[in-house]
Design a protein around this ligand. Sequence first.
Ligand code: SF4
Ligand code: SF4
Length: 355
Amino acid sequence: MSLYVLAKEKLTGFVEALQPNFRVVGPVRTQHGYAFDDITDAAQLELIYPTTILPPKKYFLPQRETLFKFHTDSDEQGSRRMKMEPVFQDVQPTVIFGVHTCDMNGILLYDRMFETGYQDEHYIARREQTYVIGVECLSPCDDASFCKDMGTLTAPPVYDLHITEVDGLYLVDTGSEKGEQLLLKYAEVKMATTEDIRQLGQSLSSKWPRFRHRLKMGKDQLPSLLTINYGANTWDELGAKCLACGSCTSVCPTCFCFDVQDEVDISMEDGERFRQWDSCQLYEFALVAGGHNFRDSKASRIRHRFMRKAKYNQQVHGLIGCTGCGRCERACLAHIAIPTTLNALYEETQIDAGR
Ligand code: SF4
Ligand code: SF4
């Protein structure tokens, strides 16, 4: 793809040119931290920001969405019949500005999950209407993050445009044809020179020492670490601390579980099927008919979350299930953190191995 130069002062003009034609969202400062929200004034958009409260997953999988509406009535012979009408709620051309590399890795997993195998037409409809504009992370954005350990400090190929600030300019890489068309139509840019390309390479390679490691092991060791520690006491200890609030899964860019329910009108003729975010940390998640619960203890549920993040997703989707964004650590009132737990398991395993 191609590399363009956008003068920093032209970013506002780019946003303003998009606004009549697209829903434009990006990280904005709120009372409680940064959040992806609608950009109503181009000056609100900040490209250097600490991790947002929620990742941009809410634009692809809303917290609640109607999947279809249904209507039942009787034909002339008195037989009941049902009509179903799919609903594609809030599907509109959208541009998401300023997505960090960890969150782009979250989108990569979402694409793998919703677009391969059984394809999710609601997700795909939104994804096709969305432009992802990434921003290169040149310095750590949050104390709780461990993106360098999880290999998510480079942008995966999910972006339409990707912005890197180099020497007071924005260098914009085009990741898709639709991204390049968007840029050329709505922004004032010029082609990058050989010198711009050289500076970009230098800037990308010199960023690594600024980020720290938080894990004592490589991410490739995580699946076996968790397998070995399936029966560890750690899970009971964490289960005793966990409040089972589900905040960790709500804020996670790679958690995608939802519950599907039907809501029927009082007439018993009309209704809708909707889905809403669910959490494996809640008691009801694995409760089935007959009152049996596959994971009725908090210990088993928290172990399952760790297994999903660092083992199962890798096995099923070929991608790590944790981007190291650090949101769950910040959201957890019980102070349960993924790096601390994995490091403790690792140290415990080393001690056992040395016995
Ligand atoms: S598990 Fe925690 S650190 Fe990992 S991606 Fe989810 S919220 Fe971020
Ligand atoms: S946020 Fe913390 S307390 Fe709440 S369910 Fe997750 S691990 Fe448990």
